[in-house]
Write a protein that binds this ligand. Structure first.
Ligand SMILES: [Zn+2]
Length: 190
């Protein structure tokens, strides 16, 4: 196939040389609620085309590469004194894969467990380009599977206002789960 970025023939959908040149992650921390932080690896403006691949059939290959470069590396360096559950925000399957589930799966380690389909949105109105007020007026209405009294982290591809993450956090906390932080591939505000 050809590399999406440089068009050269490549074994990967993004060639190794472009991965090195353009996709080195850098860690960003954003406080979205008092003492609650989101960590991300890229500025949205740097990888927007790649994030949008989630709408296409080849998106799983792109997200697997991005996840290896970011989420997987994070998990390899993350140590915690007890078992943690990484929970994908709304990991429903669309176009044959779930991009949030691909990201979350790469966190699997001795410390971090992943279970699919724990937090599903019942309202999937499109948020892209909408402001915080619209998002607050149209909550995701998350439905949580049977998980309680656990230590968790939330995972998504993108943080914009943080409203979705905070909504997911609240639902988890109602079942006495602790949410340590959230982790997103990209941040729209850096
Ligand atoms: Zn390339």
């Amino acid at each position: 196939m050809r590399c999406l970025s440089c068009q050269k023939l490549s074994f990967n959908i993004i060639c190794k040389s472009c991965q090195k040149k353009y996709l080195q992650p850098s860690f960003h921390k954003r406080e979205i609620e008092r003492n609650f932080f989101n960590y991300s690896f890229y500025a949205l403006s740097d990888i927007e085309d790649l994030i949008n691949s989630k709408y296409y059939f080849f998106g799983d290959r792109v997200f697997n590469i991005l996840a290896k470069l970011s989420f997987k590396k994070f998990a390899q360096n993350f140590i915690f004194h007890k078992q943690i559950y990484a929970i994908a925000i709304d990991d429903h399957t669309k176009h044959g894969f779930s991009h949030t589930s691909i990201l979350t799966k790469h966190l699997k380690s001795n410390t971090i467990k992943t279970i699919p389909n724990l937090l599903q949105a019942q309202n999937r109105v499109k948020y892209a380009g909408k402001d915080l007020k619209f998002r607050q007026n149209n909550p995701r209405k998350f439905k949580l599977a049977n998980i309680h009294d656990k230590t968790t982290i939330l995972c998504d591809d993108l943080i914009t206002t943080g409203a979705t993450i905070l909504e997911g956090k609240k639902v988890l906390e109602e079942k006495n789960n602790q949410v340590l932080f959230s982790l997103t591939l990209a941040d729209a505000k850096i």
